[in-house]
Design a protein around this ligand. Structure first.
Ligand code: BGC
Length: 749
C-alpha cells in the first residue's frame, strides 16, 4: 500500500515537472516540435548569434533558454588538443592528450566496415569526454592525384569503397551523441591554392566520382553536419554554393543537418544567406587575428546579416531555416540527455587503434631475396639475429604535424621502439640514414625529443651501409612525413619521388645487403625506382598511437596483413589522369584571382584511368594487398542469369574462398561491374561490392555479394539522372583491380 502511494506520488511529480517544462526541453517530444518551440522563443539577436562562432571552435547556444554552447574540434583521427579561445596556439591544458587513431587512408585500407564503426564509436567516446559535440571529420574527398597534401585524411580513390567505409564511421560517432562533420564538401581534391581553385568538372564525374561518398555519409550514415570546402565550383565558393548546398545536398539528398563553413571559407554575406551556409566558423574578417574584441560580430553571418534583415532586404525565412538546423544539432548532441559520458585514452580505445592499424597495413610486395630462399617476411622473432633499422621515420612522431589533424597523443609508439620490443631476441641496431625534417612541433605541441643531427648525407649513408653489411636483415622505415609540402594540409607535394635522398640511400643499402624491407610511412603513393630490387615493401600509413606496435606485429607475422590499397599506386605522375591530361593544378585567370582546374580525365580516375589508357601503369593496383597465406577463389555462381531491374531487384554472386596456406588470414573478394555496351562511355570496370573473409588454414567459405540496380547504373548527364540500361553485363570477381579471377555474364532485362 505504502509503495503504491509512493509510486503514485512520484508519477504525479514527474507529470507536473513535464507539464511545467517547455516543449523544447522535453525530450519525450518529437525533435521537430522541440525545434519549433525553441525557435519561437528566440529573439532576432539570439538567432543571429547561434549561427556563427564565438571562438575558434565554439558557437554560442542561447543562455537565456538554457541551450549550451556548441563545441567542435578536429578530427578526423583523434580529438585535437584545445586551442586558446581566439588563437590557433594550443591552450596548454594537461588533460587533453588523446588516442591517435590511424589516418583514414589506413581505415579505408582495412576494407572492413566494422572497423569504421569501431573507429567512430571510439572517437565519439574520446570526444564526449573532452566535451566536444562535433568532430570535424571524416574526410571523403577523392584521391585524384598522389600529390594531394591531404589524401592521408581521406578514404582513397573509389567512390564505392569510400561510401561503404564512411557510413559506419558516421553512425559509430553519432551513436555516442557526437556529430560528424563530413568534409570537405566538395571537390577539394588537392590543397594547392585551395582558396582560389575553381573546379570545372563534368556532371558525370561530379555525380559518379566526387559526390557518392558524401551522399552515403548523409543518406546512409545520417550525418548531422557537413563542412563546405574552401574551393569554388561554378565560380561560387563551396561554403555558400547554390548548386552544391541548396540543390544537391538539401533538396535532392534531403539533408536536415547543418552546413558548417570550413574555417575561413565564408566570403560573402548575401551568398551565405541564400546559398545554404548554416553555421559560420573561422572567418578572419576585420582583425580577428589581431584579437579585436568584436571580431565575431564582424562575421558574414553576424551584424551584417542582422542589418540586412532590419533594413527589410531579407525576412527571417532563410535565418529560421538555419536556426532550425543548428537547434536540431544541439538537440542531437549538446542537449541529448541519453549520451554516455565517454572516456579518454581508455585501454579499449588503444585496442581499437591497434586493431584498425593492423588491419589496414598493406603488404605490397614480399619476395625471396634470392632464388631458393624463403620469402623475406615475416621475420622470425624467435631467432637470434642482427636487425638493422634505418630511417628517420623510425624515430619521428607522426601524430604531430600535417595541419588541423595534428594531435597531442598521450603516447605514440615509434617504429624503432615497436621493433625493439617485439624482436627482443634479436640485436636491433639503428642508423638514421638521412635527415629530413627535424621539427617536431605543431601549434605548441612539442614532442620533446630532438631530431637534430648535423652529419652530412655522405656520413649518414656511410654509417647505415656499414651497419647494413653486418646485419641479417635491414628494415628501412622511410617515406613521407607531416611537414609542409608532404602529407600536410595547405599545399601539395611537389613531386612523387621520396624526399631527402631516400632513393639513393635505398640503392646504397641494397648494394650492401639485399635483405631489405622497405616500410613506407605515408598517406600517398611514392615513386619507387628501386622496386625490382627490394624484396619486401610494407605500406605503413600514419597509424597513430600504436604505430610501432602495429608495424612490428605485421613484420613479425603475429598479424597476417590483410589491408588492400584504397587507391592506385601509379608508377609515375604521368600514369595518373589528372597529370596525364595536364589539368593539375590548373590555369590562373588573367587577374590571378582564381585558378581554374579542369578535371579533364572526367570519370576516369584511378583504376578507371589505368583500364582505359594503354601504357598507363600502376606499381600496385587499386585493391592490391598480399598476405602471408594463400587463397583460392573458385566456383563462381550467380543467383540468376538475368537480373531484374525493378527498384528492389537484386542479383547475387557467389564464390568459394579457401585458405590454402599455412596460417590464418583474411582475403577481400572484390566485385567489379563491366557494362558490355552502353549509350555513354563507361569505365571498363567499377567496384560495386566486396567482402572480407577470415579463414583458418584449410578452411573455406562461400562469399555472397548482392548488388542492385544502383550498382549497374551510371549518371546520364543528358537527363540529369542515374540510369540503368538494359543489356549484357559481366561481374568481374577478383582480389584486386587487376587480379580478376572470374567473369560471370548476366543480362539486365
Ligand atoms: C581545415 C579543416 C579543419 C578546420 C578547423 C581548416 O583549415 O581545412 O579541415 O577542420 O581548419 O581546424
Amino acid at each position: 500500500m505504502k509503495k503504491t502511494v509512493l509510486t503514485l506520488l512520484s508519477l504525479m511529480v514527474a507529470t507536473m515537472i513535464h507539464a511545467q517544462q517547455p516543449v523544447y526541453l522535453d525530450d519525450t517530444k518529437p525533435l521537430e516540435q522541440r525545434v519549433e518551440d525553441a525557435l519561437s522563443r528566440m529573439t532576432l539577436q539570439e538567432k543571429i548569434a547561434i549561427i556563427h562562432a564565438q571562438s575558434k571552435f565554439s558557437s554560442p547556444g542561447v543562455k537565456r533558454l538554457g541551450i549550451p554552447d556548441l563545441w567542435t574540434d578536429d578530427g578526423p583521427h583523434g580529438v585535437r588538443p584545445d586551442v586558446l579561445w581566439d588563437e590557433w596556439e594550443q591552450a596548454g591544458q594537461t588533460n587533453d592528450s588523446c588516442v591517435a587513431f590511424p589516418a583514414l587512408t589506413c581505415l579505408a585500407a582495412t576494407w572492413n566496415p566494422s572497423m569504421a564503426r569501431l573507429y567512430g564509436e571510439s572517437l565519439g567516446e574520446e570526444a564526449l569526454y573532452r566535451g566536444k559535440n562535433v568532430i570535424l571529420g571524416p574526410g571523403v574527398n577523392i584521391y585524384r592525384t598522389p600529390l594531394g597534401g591531404r589524401n592521408f585524411e581521406y578514404m582513397g580513390e573509389d567512390p564505392y569503397l569510400a561510401s561503404i567505409m564512411v557510413a559506419p564511421y558516421v553512425q559509430g560517432l553519432q551513436s555516442k551523441g557526437v556529430a560528424a562533420c563530413v568534409k570537405h564538401y566538395a571537390l577539394n581534391n588537392d590543397e594547392e591554392y585551395r582558396h582560389q581553385v575553381n573546379v570545372v568538372v563534368s556532371d558525370r564525374a561530379l555525380h559518379e566520382i566526387y559526390l557518392p561518398a558524401f551522399k552515403a555519409a548523409v543518406q546512409k550514415g545520417g550525418a548531422w553536419s557537413i563542412m563546405g570546402a574552401y574551393n569554388l565550383y561554378q565560380n561560387q565558393h563551396n561554403c555558400h554554393n547554390d548548386i552544391m548546398l541548396n540543390q544537391i545536398l538539401k533538396r535532392d539528398w534531403k539533408f536536415d543537418g547543418v552546413v558548417i563553413s570550413d574555417w575561413g571559407g565564408a566570403h560573402n554575406t548575401e551568398e551565405a544567406i541564400t546559398n545554404g551556409l548554416d553555421l559560420e566558423f573561422g572567418t578572419w574578417t576585420d582583425g580577428l587575428t589581431m584579437g579585436a574584441t568584436n571580431a565575431y560580430d564582424n562575421y558574414y553571418m553576424a551584424v551584417a546579416y542582422k542589418r540586412l534583415i532590419e533594413q527589410g532586404k531579407y525576412t527571417t525565412r532563410e535565418l529560421d531555416d538555419k536556426v532550425r538546423r543548428v537547434l536540431r544539432l544541439h538537440f542531437r548532441t549538446t542537449m541529448n540527455r541519453q549520451r554516455p559520458y565517454g572516456a579518454l585514452c581508455s585501454d579499449a580505445h588503444y585496442e581499437s587503434a591497434l586493431r584498425i592499424a593492423q588491419e589496414g597495413i598493406v603488404l605490397l610486395k614480399n619476395d625471396a631475396p634470392k632464388k631458393k630462399e624463403s620469402l623475406l617476411l615475416p621475420i622470425d622473432a624467435q631467432k637470434r639475429q642482427r636487425i638493422l633499422v634505418v630511417g628517420e621515420n623510425a624515430i619521428k612522431m607522426m601524430t604531430v604535424g600535417g595541419g588541423s589533424s595534428s594531435l597531442k597523443a598521450q603516447h605514440e609508439i615509434l617504429p624503432l621502439d615497436g621493433i625493439r620490443a617485439r624482436f627482443a631476441n634479436a640485436e636491433v641496431d639503428y642508423a638514421r640514414g638521412y635527415v629530413g625534417d627535424t621539427i617536431q612541433s605543431y601549434n605548441g605541441v612539442n614532442v620533446g625529443r630532438s631530431l637534430y643531427d648535423l652529419r652530412t648525407p655522405a656520413e649518414l649513408t656511410a654509417e647505415a651501409v656499414e651497419k647494413a653489411r653486418k646485419a641479417d636483415v635491414v628494415i628501412f622505415v622511410g617515406g613521407l612525413n607531416k611537414s609542409d609540402y608532404q602529407d600536410c594540409e595547405g599545399h601539395d607535394r611537389k613531386e612523387m619521388g621520396l624526399p631527402y635522398g631516400q632513393d639513393a640511400l635505398v640503392e646504397a643499402l641494397l648494394a650492401a645487403n639485399p635483405r631489405l624491407v622497405f616500410v613506407n610511412i605515408s598517406g600517398n603513393a611514392v615513386a619507387m625506382p628501386w622496386l625490382q630490387k627490394v624484396p619486401a615493401v610494407v605500406q605503413g600509413w600514419f597509424v597513430g598511437s600504436e604505430s610501432g606496435k602495429a608495424i612490428a606485429s605485421v613484420i613479425a607475422g603475429d598479424v597476417n596483413p590483410s589491408g588492400k590499397l584504397p587507391f592506385t599506386w601509379y608508377a609515375s605522375l604521368n600514369d595518373c589522369g589528372a597529370h596525364a591530361t595536364g589539368s593539375y593544378p590548373g590555369t590562373w585567370r588573367a587577374d590571378h584571382s582564381i585558378i581554374d582546374e579542369r578535371y579533364e580525365e572526367g570519370i576516369y580516375v584511378g583504376y578507371r584511368w589505368i583500364d582505359s589508357h594503354k601504357g598507363a601503369k600502376a606499381l600496385f593496383p587499386f585493391g592490391h594487398g598480399l598476405s602471408y597465406t594463400t587463397f583460392k577463389v573458385t566456383n563462381p555462381q550467380v543467383s540468376a542469369s538475368s537480373a531484374p531491374i525493378s527498384a528492389d531487384g537484386t542479383i547475387t554472386f557467389q564464390v568459394d574462398v579457401a585458405n590454402t596456406g599455412n596460417c590464418a588470414g583474411a582475403e577481400v573478394v572484390q566485385l567489379y561491374i563491366h557494362d558490355k555496351k552502353s549509350s555513354l562511355d563507361r569505365p571498363y570496370k567499377e567496384l560495386k561490392g566486396f567482402q572480407k573473409v577470415r579463414l583458418r588454414p584449410g578452411e573455406s567459405q562461400t562469399v555472397s555479394i548482392t548488388i542492385d540496380k544502383e550498382a549497374l547504373s551510371f549518371y546520364d548527364d543528358r537527363v540529369g539522372q542515374w540510369v540503368c540500361e538494359l543489356g549484357d553485363f559481366e561481374a568481374l570477381i577478383g582480389t584486386s583491380s587487376n587480379n580478376i579471377l572470374h567473369r560471370i555474364k548476366f543480362v539486365v532485362k
